[in-house]
Design a protein around this ligand. Structure first.
Ligand SMILES: [Zn+2]
Length: 348
């Protein structure tokens, strides 16, 4: 029997289609994975099986990653899909994710093509109108820096107006570039959001939005008062997080711009303290992050830490990145990536 693999593919809105991974040779690879019965060892009941499940999921992640990046068999990144390509099978929860849009009306610099971000975001919104996520999260750095408050506000208005036509509620996670010239209050006003860290529930899943845009001395970022490597979760937010996680035991997903899974420039300085809180709660299954702009997935202390590809990097929509995340009734989490965003599935 191959229950987990079948579950993973049948819960996706895009399975069993020749173009699932872009070209037919990739369909052949998917078939060969099925036909090789790599998951035959799986059965839901023994300890030994747990390790074979993990091994398979690692293999599965690798396979899916390579399918998306073209390393393994020449598969192309997934292109946007049309409505007739969906199966209509609904997961327990589905949400859309975009990160590091960095929109600004200014000349490109290096690999960052600021003006193109609106076109890339428009494609993602069109995709979300087809795949119908229940809500959409912008995972930080939605705009890039300008000298004037009014200019950054105009950039933010362009992004939020465009994103507002995607289905469901929008949640904005603060990134360092969101509050460069703007204050947090000005940014939150611009997206009609009350808080920079808070939680909410959709279906059986609890979602926690964190704000790591604080200096080590506890001061909020804003008005160019910080260096981007000085990212922290202050005491007050840690206290709130601990009490929020203690209030229930449902499966929890955390969203944060800066990274909690490394200890370098892109990380929250007190990341290990935050990870300990997440692990101690026993309910956190995944942390989605942006900030370092490249795909990454690793497991620490039983929690998967996933970094999403930045929308800003590279010219042309083919260099965009965005995803829909699906959580099945059994807790399986799948990232369906578009353009440069990798695909992943893992069981929890
Ligand atoms: Zn960024």
């Amino acid at each position: 029997m191959t229950p987990a693999l079948i579950t993973i593919y049948s819960m996706s809105p895009y399975p069993k289609r020749p173009n699932h991974f872009g070209i037919d040779s990739c369909e052949a690879e998917v078939r060969s994975i099925f036909e090789n019965n790599r998951v035959k060892k799986m059965s839901p009941s023994t300890q030994a099986v747990n390790s074979s499940r993990r091994a398979f999921i690692r293999n599965g992640s690798l396979f899916l990653l390579s399918a998306s990046t073209g390393i393994h068999g020449g598969c192309n990144p997934r292109m946007p899909i049309s409505p007739e390509q969906t199966t209509g099978i609904e997961p327990n929860v589905r949400f859309g994710l975009v990160t590091d849009i960095h929109y600004a009306d200014k000349e490109a610099a290096g690999t960052r093509f600021y003006r193109e971000s609106l076109g890339k975001l428009r494609e993602a919104v069109n995709q979300f109108q087809i795949s119908r996520p229940q809500f959409v999260i912008a995972l930080g750095d939605v705009i890039d820096a300008a000298d004037e408050v009014e200019t950054e506000q105009a950039y933010l208005k362009s992004v939020s107006e465009l994103l507002s036509s995607a289905p469901g509620q929008k949640h904005y996670v603060l990134g360092n570039h969101c509050v460069n010239t703007l204050t947090k209050e000005e940014f939150l006003d611009g997206v009609d959001q009350q808080e920079s860290f808070y939680s909410f529930d959709v279906g059986d899943v609890h979602f926690v939005i964190l704000d790591a845009c604080f200096r080590e001395d506890g001061q909020s970022y804003g008005r160019n008062n910080f260096t981007w490597t000085d990212s922290n979760i202050p005491e007050e937010e840690l206290t709130w997080l601990a009490s929020d996680l203690a209030l229930g035991d449902s499966m929890t997903i955390v969203l944060i711009h800066q990274r909690l899974d490394e200890s370098e420039n892109y990380s929250v300085k007190n990341a290990s303290q935050v990870r300990a809180l997440l692990e101690d709660s026993g309910r956190v299954r995944a942390v989605f992050q942006g900030h370092s702009h490249a795909n990454s997935l690793q497991e620490i202390g039983g929690i998967h830490y996933c970094v999403l590809a930045a929308m800003i990097e590279g010219s042309g929509v083919e260099n965009s990145g965005y995803s829909t995340i699906e959580i099945a009734g059994d807790g399986t989490i799948c990232v369906s990536g578009f353009r440069k965003q990798s695909d992943y599935c893992w069981l929890v």
